[in-house]
Design a protein. Structure first.
Ligand SMILES: [Zn+2]
Length: 348
């Protein structure tokens, strides 16, 4: 299999003055496509711009760009046709620690069918920002960030449909910022910030974290003037969706003796899964509607199950005693094409 010729035009933008400089060509060798579900999209041309006076003067930057493009290809990242990849100094006001690189993709490639209702929202702009020399020169960061970009390109439309509510369309761009920072990751607005040390040194396979943060951006509960969903419930809905749809094979963590229904993340997410299984299979869908419409009811559990939270929590934990390993697993047969709450609680 022969990958089409990829041409890189590298040019400079010095200040506001655009100077087209000597372009050079890189020949890439095709790798086996990693994607199993659709034919790989072949690149016809890739136009690479290297912008910003500071960036173009970076020592070794041309070699870095060349290696980045080659290694992304080798990792099986298949960007859509007709993209421009722009390496530029970024202008994030939060970041003042030297040069950063932004790589901008303009995808619009997913076909989701069948789907009911409106068409899934597609990302039209995905930016990878590598903040700081210590980050963008780190071995493997470009490959990792490209995989993360591919994940959000593929899954954003799917989660948009899962969380679809009337008269609400999420934004169509995401920025993935990798930087040296405490913690793992966070999301605000349309930006996901990720610790480069976490993904390269601590947990190289933690793409579930990217899915979690992306779900927050799809939900956009904080948009349009704040939200009324409590934080623990928001994280519960998010981890519910992550584990029911994105990684149904991953076992959610066990409830500990000090956990409550408000322990957030996987504990609350597992609790919601159980409520759907036993009481109301559209429970999370309703929570999502309340969160988006800012109509969160204080008696949300009573309203949809007829029981208060404490009673439900007790029942939930009694149920967990009856299944091996105290574990809830969403069904494995949930396909990404099947949009809806079709999972069930199974045993392993
Ligand atoms: Zn979260």
């Amino acid at each position: 299999m022969k990958r089409s010729l990829c041409i890189l035009f590298v040019s400079f933008l010095l200040g506001c003055l655009y100077v087209a400089d000597t372009p050079f060509t890189v020949h890439l060798t095709a790798q086996e496509a990693v994607q199993k579900e659709r034919a790989p999209i072949q690149l016809e041309t890739v136009t690479v711009f290297l912008r910003g006076a500071g960036l173009s003067k970076q020592e070794g930057i041309y070699e870095w760009v060349d290696r980045a493009v080659r290694s992304a290809s080798a990792e099986g990242f298949v960007p859509p046709k007709d993209i421009s990849v722009v390496f530029q100094e970024n202008a994030d006001p939060d970041f003042r620690d030297g040069a950063s690189i932004s790589i901008v993709f303009n995808p619009k490639i997913i076909s989701l069918s069948p789907h009911e209702g409106r068409a899934p929202t597609q990302l039209e702009k995905v930016t990878i920002a590598l903040d700081g020399e210590e980050v963008f020169k780190q071995e493997g960061i470009y490959e990792w960030s490209c995989k993360a970009a591919q994940l959000v390109i593929e899954w954003f439309p799917i989660f948009d449909k899962i969380f679809e509510t009337e008269e609400f369309i999420p934004g169509n761009e995401i920025t993935l910022r990798f930087r040296r920072m405490d913690g793992v990751a966070n999301a605000s607005g349309t930006t996901i910030r990720i610790s480069d040390n976490w993904v390269l040194r601590q947990s190289r396979q933690d793409f579930g974290m990217v899915a979690h943060e992306m779900i927050h951006i799809v939900q956009r509960y904080g948009g349009r003037g704040g939200t009324s969903i409590p934080g623990w419930a928001m994280e519960g809905v998010t981890d519910f969706a992550r584990h029911a749809y994105y990684e149904p094979d991953v076992v959610m963590r066990r409830n500990g003796p000090n956990d409550t229904y408000r322990s957030s993340y996987q504990v609350t997410g597992g609790f919601f899964m159980w409520i759907e299984h036993v009481y109301d299979k559209e429970f999370v869908k309703k929570l999502n509607q309340h969160a988006r419409n800012r109509t969160w009811p204080d008696d949300v559990f009573e309203k949809y199950t007829g029981k208060d939270a404490e009673t439900l929590w007790k029942e939930h934990n009694e149920f967990l005693q009856t299944i091996p390993d105290n574990r809830i697993l969403p069904s494995r047969d949930f396909g990404r094409e099947k949009l809806g709450n079709t999972y069930s609680i199974t045993q392993r």
